[in-house]
Write a protein that binds this ligand. Structure first.
Ligand code: AMP
Length: 467
């Protein structure tokens, strides 16, 4: 089995990993780290929970370890762009942890807080900057940061970045970077817009992929509970009172819904808090801290707010409302079963949501087992689901979009139903998020132009060749 030492990482990093108790690289680390150390651009298809932060942080830190030069004032050597503040903080923490035995300067830059400390951190120049695009552009426009010395760019969660409308800021930032930089793009999914961005940013990238989204699901006990909309509140209360529920993330489709559910739970005597984009950074951080410490047992969240949040020991994920994008279901339930743990994902499904459930089952290529053994089981909803009827999903106004990239797996399209064990990559993923199932949607993504290992990139994008 490959060890971190086999990957050729510098000793101070190996010691830090040992201190963290990481014995072996995860599949994405095993695949990406050697390529990055060799200087290749990398297109990484992996979701949160696979160990992707260390997959890009370790090669950057390795480079810092072997190079005593430091950044000039207001310049940045390694830039990591990420969509949300929470992710920025998490990635910055990752650099601190893995780089604990190195001397280097970091800055973490995101909106919603005063810029003074961020500006001061940048003044002396930084080796690593983790930033959300909006605040970075603000700081650039004011002349506080200069990107002309960037050696490597990491674009994290590119699909979410585009969902959140960051395409123009990302392109604007990328245009200011030296053409000889190394670039890494990570995305959980590869819809066409991401593939286009990848071909704009990356030069002759190596594609590494761990897409076992359905295998995440294998370590998660999934259940669907049919219930009327009116009874969801009571069902949630009863469920969360269960002794086995130590830490639950409860998902709603809207920010308003998240607030309402958190308030109802609090009234029902269950310590709960909500996180979503309308809350201040401080309020979100407080809620996360309280959840981590166990003071709050239920964290009610919208998809975007919960995306990428790294909290271990989440015993339950509850879909109070099913997502209207099946991919979100996979991301949501991946919040439990982190780093090899097991978890339970409970989905409430009312009459309006049966079509969402069908789409989800198609995406994960397996039925979600029905649990009718609860006080609010709604047999008419179960029958509606079984009948194959039910209204098509209503899209949230403006927020909905068809299945990611329009690459919905066609049922039976591969003639084999569930592609169990279909070899996606030579490396059968194991460890966090491991498993070997090839996802039909990911297979389709290659047709979207994702597979560009040696593609020259039509029209070029101005990157000079590196040695
Ligand atoms: P990420 O996908 O970067 O959010 O990482 C998911 C989780 O896996 C985090 O809690 C990491 O601390 C943990 N992790 C990352 N790499 C390893 C490893 N090689 N062994 C064990 N845990 C890891």
């Amino acid at each position: 089995m490959t060890s971190f030492k086999d990957l050729g990482l510098a000793e101070p990093l190996i010691f830090a990993l040992e201190a963290e108790g990481y014995t072996h690289p995860t599949p994405i680390q095993e695949q990406a780290i050697p390529q990055l150390l060799e200087g290749h651009d990398v297109l990484g298809i992996a979701q949160t929970g696979t160990g992707k932060t260390a997959a890009f942080a370790l090669p950057i830190l390795h480079r810092i370890a072997g190079d005593k030069r430091r950044a000039a004032p207001r310049t940045v050597r390694h830039l990591i762009l990420t969509p949300t503040r929470e992710l920025a903080v998490q990635i910055n923490d990752g650099f601190a942890t893995y780089g604990r035995n190195l001397r280097f300067r970091r800055a973490c830059v995101f909106g919603g807080v005063g810029q003074g400390p961020q500006v001061r951190a940048l003044n002396g120049g930084v080796d690593v900057m983790v930033a959300t695009p909006g605040r970075l552009i603000d700081l650039m426009d004011q002349g506080f940061v200069n990107l002309s010395a960037v050696e490597s760019l990491v674009l994290d969660e590119a699909d979410r970045m585009l969902d959140m409308g960051f395409i123009h800021p990302v392109r604007k930032i990328a245009a200011l970077l030296p053409s000889g930089r190394q670039t890494l793009l990570f995305s959980a999914t590869m819809p066409k817009a991401v593939a286009d961005l990848a071909s704009f940013l990356l030069r002759d990238p190596v594609r590494v992929e761990v897409t076992p989204v359905s295998s995440t699901a294998e370590r998660i006990e999934q259940k669907v509970l049919f219930v009327t909309r009116d009874n969801k509140r009571n069902l949630l209360r009863d469920l969360l009172r269960g002794k086995d529920v130590e830490r639950a993330i409860v998902f709603t489709r809207t920010k308003h819904g998240a607030n309402r559910v958190a308030e109802q739970l609090a009234k029902d005597g269950i310590p709960a808090d909500a996180i979503h984009g309308n809350k201040s950074q401080n309020a979100r951080q407080r809620a996360l801290d309280a959840f981590r410490s166990g003071e709050v047992r239920a964290l009610v969240a919208t998809d975007i707010a919960a995306r990428g949040i790294d909290i271990d020991n989440v015993t339950h994920v509850v879909n109070f409302e099913l997502p209207n994008e099946p991919e979100s279901y996979v991301h949501r339930i991946g919040r439990t079963a982190r780093a090899g743990a097991e978890g339970i994902a409970v989905s409430f499904c009312d009459a309006e949501e049966v079509a969402y459930l069908r789409q989800i089952e198609k995406t994960i290529q397996q039925p979600v087992p029905v649990d009718s053994d609860h006080g609010y089981h709604a047999e008419p909803v179960a029958k509606l689901f079984a009948s194959g009827k039910g209204s098509p999903p209503k899209r949230n106004s403006g927020g909905g979009r068809p299945f990611v990239g329009g690459s919905r797996p066609q049922s039976g399209g591969n003639g084999a139903g569930r592609p169990q064990g279909a070899a996606g990559t030579g490396n059968r993923p194991k460890g966090p998020n491991g498993g070997g199932q090839q996802r039909a949607a990911a297979g389709a993504s290659a047709g979207n132009g994702g597979q560009r290992r040696h593609a020259a990139g039509p029209g070029g994008h101005g990157h000079s060749k590196r040695g």
